[in-house]
Write a protein that binds this ligand. Structure first.
Ligand code: A3P
Length: 273
């Protein structure tokens, strides 16, 4: 091959597959792919590319199977994966805890209403002609029109409820909540907090990002393993349908107490109205 002062060969390379020390456990449509791609810029992070769904779907395959999905990492590097379903899966907290009491847990949260609309936009893209967001969000109950909180796009946004199950197993200091909206408006600022939480040097900074006007999102000047600028794919940053004002008003009334309870549990006001 070409001479290269930095080249390594297989025998120099003592990296091994290890179980993750940090997980991005949620939430779906919160910005989990963006966060993982941003963390991968860090030399001390190694992350599995696709979602393993181990603790929610494939737990019976065992920890050796799970470990086999991880990238090789050097001592001192943090191994990670992201599966947003974990946050809302009933069995995941106990299972994650039985793998490690010390694992660090990251949740990207976003206004539950916007998150629901984002989720719905994804459903529409896979199932064209599906009923309207408004008609799926409400149903007739004994007390008249009520919010259909069992509908998955709305149910996932009941963050306090899901978080309660994690706090039965992990101290709150072991969880970090990334502000999903700020991850878009100030990716470097959010990355500083995440790197601190993971005990990493602040290496991913504003130098790594540029705002792509066409995409309407921050993109990477140089993603891991490439020299080309890179934005996330078309499925990240979809157009959202316009939702009727009355439905928006009812949903914000519905989520208000849940959001307030969530802010209290986390000790941080995310400012969703
Ligand atoms: P929308 O498609 O509704 O805009 P996830 O990866 O968890 O499925 O989250 C997808 C969401 O990530 C997108 O939802 C988008 O808003 C958000 N996101 C955050 N930072 C982004 C970025 N730099 N590029 C694209 N999408 C980003």
């Amino acid at each position: 091959g070409t001479p290269d002062a930095m080249s390594t060969n297989a025998t120099d390379w003592t990296a091994t597959k290890r179980l993750p020390q940090a997980l991005i456990i949620g939430v779906k449509k919160g910005g989990t792919r963006a966060l993982l791609e941003f963390l991968r810029l860090h030399p001390d992070v190694r992350a599995a590319g696709s979602e393993p769904h181990f603790f929610d779907r494939h737990y019976d395959r065992g920890l050796d199977w799970y470990r086999s999905l991880m990238p090789k990492a050097l001592d001192g590097q943090i191994v990670m994966e992201k599966t947003p379903r974990y946050f809302v899966s009933a069995d995941s907290p106990a299972r994650v805890h039985s793998m490690s009491h010390e694992v660090k847990l990251i949740v990207v949260v976003r206004d539950p209403i916007t998150r629901a609309i984002s989720d719905y936009a994804q459903i529409v893209s896979k199932t064209p002609g599906v009923a309207s967001f408004e008609s799926l969000s409400f149903r007739n109950g004994s007390a008249g029109v009520e919010v259909n909180s069992q509908w998955s796009p709305l149910w996932i946004g009941l963050y306090a409820q899901h978080l309660e199950r994690w706090l039965a197993y992990f101290p709150s200091a072991q969880l970090y909540f990334v502000h999903g909206e700020r991850l878009v408006t100030d990716p470097a600022g959010e990355m500083a907090h995440v790197q601190d939480f993971l005990g990493l040097e602040r290496i991913v900074t504003d130098k790594h990002f540029y705002f792509n006007q066409t995409k309407g999102f921050p993109c990477l000047k140089k993603p891991e393993g490439s020299s080309q600028p890179h934005c996330l794919g078309r499925t990240k940053g979809r157009a959202h349908p316009q939702i009727q004002e009355e439905a928006m008003r009812k949903l914000s009334e519905f989520y208000r107490p849940h959001n307030v309870r969530f802010y209290d549990m986390v000790g941080k006001d995310f400012g969703w109205q």
